[in-house]
Design a protein around this ligand. Structure first.
Ligand SMILES: [Mn+2]
Length: 424
């Protein structure tokens, strides 16, 4: 049986004379968390996805990248729509045309239908696309070759390898380890050791879809995905010999632990918390000594996301002038109208506020996607405050819902809450 195809030609170059200048070996485009098919309060995000992906493809072409890594959460749901799937395939076709020799690698995140992401593998191979949904095992042993592939430069020389590891589902993790963190550590150790046996000390890029401790979360966006009360792995699960760790899951572009363990961040803003992030891609140059130079290339936004007001809250009387002061284009198609997050100040009962706000907002070419109701501090205090433990959870839910949305929850909302309460 032939060895791993490129082991023989991919020896690390000597650099110990201290004189030879390092040379770029490969350039990588790292992206993640596309969440294709996602909606915001029922609104399609396809305009934003298409605009961001077109910029991603243009960057890949202009920067002549040798690899494109999509580090999980390609889709937003386990059952992606036909439109979402078409967008993935259109983008892969465009990437292939933009950088014909580049290694393109996708991994599954916690949102992805892992098996479905792998199902087109026969066709993907024709387009030289690697798609990994789950940890592959053969006779109980990690199957390195199902995850490892070479990255070549424009002249066809192998400069690095990518070890594509998806979000580790419970079934992917070894048993008998010290909790979820211990199991993830063991899985990564086994995988990296397997890769090293094939490629020696050639620069190695590893992927992951995980919460790495120290990373900043985005409120209301990323689910806590590990089991057993632990939800983050320490950065030292990635051994020092790895040239670059291309991560997905956290939506803010950021390095964690060391510069070369990095989240590229999501393609577009997925929640109110993410409005101020510089969504884009990370461009990573890896030289022949295995060291990485990282640059973040931000996108222009197709659809603005705004807070009204920028800070604090507006009274109902202030709302219409505030919206009128925003530079809005009534001739733009509705899919380009800004998404707006409102904060409204209310004194007295909040009943009817939502209808009043809707009536005002309807006059403007914008899309309200959230409304926070704020009350003066005094009315928040109850005459006889009860301890939290003495309150019925359903009553607390009703109050919180009313404060947030300005209306009482429906029976459906309350049922849903009760079901969640039983699961928790
Ligand atoms: Mn995720």
């Amino acid at each position: 049986m032939a060895g791993y195809e490129d082991a023989a030609v991919s020896r690390r170059l000597p650099t110990d004379d201290g004189l030879a200048p390092t040379v770029r070996v490969i350039r990588l485009l790292h992206t993640a968390d596309w969440h294709l098919g996602a909606t915001l309060q029922g609104w399609s995000r396809e305009t934003e996805h298409r605009a961001a992906l077109a910029q991603l493809v243009a960057i890949a072409r202009e920067r002549a990248v040798d690899a494109v890594i999509v580090a999980g959460d390609v889709f937003d749901s386990l059952n992606p729509s036909a439109d979402a799937q078409r967008l993935l395939y259109d983008t892969l076709r465009d990437l292939r045309a933009a950088c014909p020799h580049a290694r393109i690698a996708l991994i599954a995140g916690n949102h992805d239908p892992a098996a479905r992401l792998e199902a087109p593998r026969a066709l993907f191979e024709m387009a030289d696309v690697v798609s990994v949904g789950a940890f592959a095992r053969r006779d109980g042993v990690f199957d390195t070759r199902a995850h490892l592939s070479p990255i070549r430069d424009a002249k066809g020389r192998v400069g690095a390898h990518v070890l594509a590891l998806p979000y580790p589902r419970a079934a992917d993790l070894p048993v008998g380890c010290d909790g979820a963190v211990g199991a993830v550590r063991a899985a990564y150790r086994e995988a990296v050791e397997g890769a090293r046996r094939e490629i020696g000390m050639t620069p190695l890029i590893v992927t992951g879809h995980l919460h790495v401790a120290g990373g900043l979360e985005s409120e209301g966006s990323e689910r806590r995905i590990l089991v057993g009360g632990e939800h983050a792995v320490p950065p030292d699960v990635f051994s020092e010999d790895i040239a670059y760790v291309a991560l997905g899951h956290l939506h803010r572009p950021q390095s964690v632990g060391r510069d070369t363990i990095r989240y590229s961040g999501s393609l577009i803003a997925m929640s109110k918390t993410e409005i101020d992030y510089a969504h884009g891609v990370s461009i990573v140059d890896i030289d022949d000594s295995g060291s990485a130079a990282i640059e973040h290339a931000p996108f222009d936004r197709a659809v603005p996301h705004l807070r009204a007001p920028a800070t604090g809250a507006l009274s109902i009387a202030e709302l219409e002038p505030a919206l009128a002061a925003i530079d809005l284009d009534a001739s733009a198609p509705i899919e380009n109208w800004p998404f707006v997050h409102l904060a409204i100040k209310v004194e007295g009962p909040a009943v009817g506020v939502k209808a009043e706000v809707d009536a005002i907002c309807e006059k403007f070419p914008l899309r309200v996607v959230s409304m926070a109701i704020e009350r003066p501090q005094a009315t928040m205090l109850q005459a006889e405050p009860l301890r939290l433990a003495e309150r019925a959870p359903a009553d607390l839910f009703r109050e919180a819902f009313e404060q947030t949305h300005g209306v009482a929850p429906t029976d459906g909302h309350v049922d849903c809450f009760e079901r969640l309460l039983q699961e928790a």
